[in-house]
Write a protein that binds this ligand. Structure first.
Ligand code: 6GU
Length: 240
């Protein structure tokens, strides 16, 4: 299985970095995921390849036109079928771990990055299947948000991570924050590692980690306790 993520943007240069490094690069090399960035410019209108225009009704800010986006989507859809065409926008549904898990089960995704004052509403009504935000703050464009979503999704594909980096022990994967971790030395100038972790008693260690996860979650993120993604209610929705 090779997941394909196509990203459409007016600033392809912004997305050159994230996918040529570390885990995402390894996923590509293993043939588990392919990310392709598409410059919208060639699909623009006229000699200047125009992509945006003034808003009908007036007001500051340019609006991305429907035709270049429709042409680009049409070209991509000639190559393969897509499960979702996702518009990256601050007024979309907030991205979270369950959404990342759901996307990681799909074959092919398109991420459309918004810019300026956004895209013509008819793009959203007719060409998009989902609208996603990465949180309640405003970025200059959807590119960095698309990189965040692609990273969170690709690392969940079976085989991308090894045992050491396993996604199954991540914060949020079971609806709780991850427990504290320690490494050598066991005593750093009197700052000691909890005794149980040195005991070699697997069941006690597991139980300590669970208790610490709960304690940490209650302290830092009480909103997660008993929520729709908490460990009691949530099933495993990961691809692995
Ligand atoms: Cl998806 N786009 C932009 N422009 N800003 C954001 C965002 C997306 N998510 C949070 N802020």
């Amino acid at each position: 299985r090779n997941m394909r993520i196509d990203i459409i943007t007016v600033l392809p240069g912004l997305l050159e970095g994230p996918f040529s490094h570390s885990i995402l690069k390894r996923a590509e090399e293993k043939g588990l995921a392919t990310v392709k960035v598409h410059d919208l410019r060639p699909y623009g209108i006229g000699k200047q390849h125009t992509l945006d225009d003034y808003a009908f009704g007036g007001g500051a800010g340019m609006v991305m036109m429907i035709e270049p986006i429709a042409s680009c989507l049409e070209a991509l859809k000639k190559e393969r079928a897509y499960d979702e065409v996702i518009y990256m926008t601050p007024d979309g549904q907030t991205f979270d771990q369950p959404m990342a898990n759901a996307f990681s089960l799909k074959e092919n995704l398109i991420l459309l990055c918004g810019h300026y004052k956004g895209v013509d509403e008819r793009v959203r009504q007719h060409l998009i299947t989902k609208e996603v935000s990465i949180g309640d703050f405003v970025l200059s464009g959807g590119e960095l948000a698309a990189a965040v979503v692609a990273d969170a999704v690709i690392r969940l594909i079976p085989g991308v991570l090894n045992d050491e980096t396993s996604a199954l022990t991540d914060s949020f994967q079971d609806g709780l924050l991850a427990p504290p971790v320690y490494t050598r030395p066991a005593d750093y100038n009197g700052w000691k590692v909890p005794e149980v972790l040195l005991s070699g008693h697997a069941a006690n260690i597991e139980s300590w980690r669970f208790d610490e996860s709960v304690r940490r979650t209650k302290e830092r993120r009480p909103d997660l306790i008993g929520g729709p993604f908490s460990s009691e209610k949530g099933g495993n929705t990961t691809a692995q």
